[in-house]
Design a protein around this ligand. Structure first.
Ligand code: DX5
Ligand code: ZN
Length: 231
């Protein structure tokens, strides 16, 4: 049985009530808070930084926080996120001049490290650094915005990444990010992913005032994952 984790991307949450949104989505059964950091340089959008990560920890959020850096440069901000309570820090290899050094910096800061692959980025970046990686994140959309459609070629890339992980024989997590919804999560799991980022699929759901509104959507994702496990 695969150990599946659902990572709720707060990019689609209501930022005016962020603490409450995170509490509700965790209470609904999400396992991880996915924290999208955009710098209006590496990607054409601007979001949140270490202050907000720290605020969530101070608010009482104790689940893992998965910081997805879409910034260039990368290294400067890593110690700040480690201090702010990040659990995972992932970055895009094209955004770092020294990928090996950046991976080391993340682990030395006490966090788990990961590489993020854009839809057109080859997995060869893994070749000489796989021993320094705790998570491989495959983008199934081009980074920068929530609410885009899942790029179907990611399924083959997931199978390829899963083979690499199996051959290496370690417990590296295989995460997928972008366009993940109830109706495609089982197929994505069957291709090898074990960690599923979903933003608009969870947060842009039904009533804005019902505190339990995420329950049914996360439960449906779990049902679909159980179905994938039994295939
Ligand atoms: C896109 C972000 C994603 C985004 C996913 O650059 O990395 O985490 O929030 O959003 P959905 O699930 O709406 O595609
Ligand atoms: Zn992300």
């Amino acid at each position: 049985m695969a150990d599946y984790l659902i990572a709720a991307s707060i990019l689609s949450a209501n930022f005016a009530r962020l603490g409450e949104e995170v509490d509700n989505v965790i209470a609904s059964g999400a396992d991880i808070v996915h924290f999208d950091v955009m710098d209006n340089h590496y990607v054409p959008n601007l979001t949140i930084g270490p202050l907000v990560c720290d605020a969530l920890r101070t608010h009482g959020v104790s689940t893992p926080i998965d910081v997805h850096l879409m910034t260039k440069p990368v290294d400067r901000i890593i110690p700040d996120f480690a201090k702010a309570g990040a659990s995972y820090i992932t970055f895009h290899p094209e955004a770092s001049d020294h990928v090996d050094r950046t991976l080391g910096l993340i682990r030395d800061s006490g966090c788990k490290a990961g590489l993020v692959f854009n839809p057109a980025t080859p997995l060869t970046y893994l070749d000489y650094v796989i021993d320094k990686i705790d998570m491989i994140l495959l983008m199934s959309v081009n980074p920068g915005f929530g609410g885009q459609s899942f790029i179907i070629a990611t399924l083959d890339k997931l199978r390829e990444a899963k083979n690499i992980i199996d051959q290496y024989g370690s417990d590296i997590r295989l995460e997928v990010d972008g366009g993940v919804k109830v109706d495609n999560i089982a197929e994505i799991a069957a291709a090898g992913a074990d960690t599923f980022v979903s933003g608009s699929g969870i947060f842009n759901h039904s009533s804005q005032t019902d505190p339990n509104r995420y329950d049914s959507i996360v439960a449906k994702m779990r049902d679909e994952l159980a179905r994938a496990n039994s295939i």
